[in-house]
Design a protein around this ligand. Structure first.
Ligand code: COA
Length: 271
């Protein structure tokens, strides 16, 4: 049973998916029993959806612009929509507040769906998946919807039918509250010079349906026992653990971040 705050979001917002239609047959259009109606199953190759592509681009800019990592539209198309897809929640333009209408640059004549959250996942060559983007417009909504980011990722994993997924996240990202509410994260890298931000970790998580339901039950996933705490902002620390991973050790984060005296730490267990 999912908690009331997530049910409320799903009663106010509509699920959508945008992808290459050839991918649709691999998707579940009724994640956790919540249906993606036919009109919201959108092709990324259709003129009809031209406005929606721009709105997704605006959502990405308002989420990742302040992070310094906004995407070009061709990246959406080549690296997200065609190989994988975008899944999220949207509301009708008339139900958005003034600030959001301005942020999205929505014309007065537009009455269609406006994406207020999205999750993008991309299949990998070895059959696993890579989580590419999680965005939520909570910051600019007239009435914020606490839980929007979390419920979006949980449902998207079900739409894409992803049992195991990799992703890359900055150690100081607030999204780790969401990733760790959904599952433990095995650390494949803790310091990643190949990324624009070196203090990025690469993780692998398992997402069985029972775990996703538990994540949405309203109970916070606290860490029970850990071997050490990883400081979010300490690059030298991240680099040291990276050296140990490359020497063959394995680690995972076993619960939500711990906040102490203005700093964030992650509970890590050696495996
Ligand atoms: C990160 C982001 C997706 C969060 O979206 P959101 O809709 O505000 O998140 P939710 O409301 O679902 O929050 C889920 C949990 O995270 C916590 N959380 C969210 N933002 C937080 C913040 N800034 N500080 C501390 N905790 C936070 C919430 O309290 C909530 O926990 P709870 O359910 O126990 O109360 C959104 O802020 C965003 O788009 N950020 C910019 C892009 C980005 O960094 N994406 C992630 C890349 S990996």
């Amino acid at each position: 049973m999912i908690a009331k705050k997530y049910q409320d979001i799903l009663s106010k917002a509509e699920l959508y998916v945008l992808s290459y239609p050839g991918n649709f047959e691999c998707m579940n259009f009724k994640p956790m029993g919540f249906e993606i109606k036919e009109e919201n199953r959108l092709s990324c190759m259709s003129l009809k959806n031209e406005r929606f592509y721009d709105l997704l681009h605006s959502l990405d800019s308002l989420a990742f612009g302040p992070e310094g990592m906004p995407m070009d539209k061709w990246v959406f198309y080549d690296c997200g929509e065609m190989p994988g897809g975008v899944v999220g929640l949207g509301v009708r333009a008339k139900d958005l507040g003034e600030e959001a209408l301005k942020e999205y640059k929505i014309d007065a004549d537009y009455e269609g769906l406006v994406p207020i959250s999205m999750y993008i996942a991309i299949p990998m060559a070895n059959g696993e998946w890579f989580g590419h983007n999680l965005s939520s417009a909570n910051r600019v909504l007239k009435e914020a919807m606490p839980g929007l980011g979390l419920v979006t990722k949980a449902l998207a994993l079900q739409v894409f039918q992803i049992p195991t997924m990799l992703g890359a996240t900055q150690w100081d990202s607030k999204a780790l509250e969401i990733h760790l509410q959904l599952s433990d994260m095995e650390l494949l890298s803790t310091y990643t010079p190949a990324h624009s931000y070196k203090n990025t970790m690469t993780y692998k998580s398992h997402y069985p349906l029972a775990g996703l339901e538990e994540a949405l039950s309203g109970t916070k996933r606290e860490a029970k026992d850990w071997d050490y705490l990883h400081p979010a902002e300490d690059e030298a620390f991240s680099r040291k653990i990276q050296e140990r991973i490359e020497a063959g050790e394995r680690f995972k984060i076993v619960g939500r971040p711990i906040h102490k005296e203005g700093e964030t730490f992650y509970p890590i267990k050696k495996i």
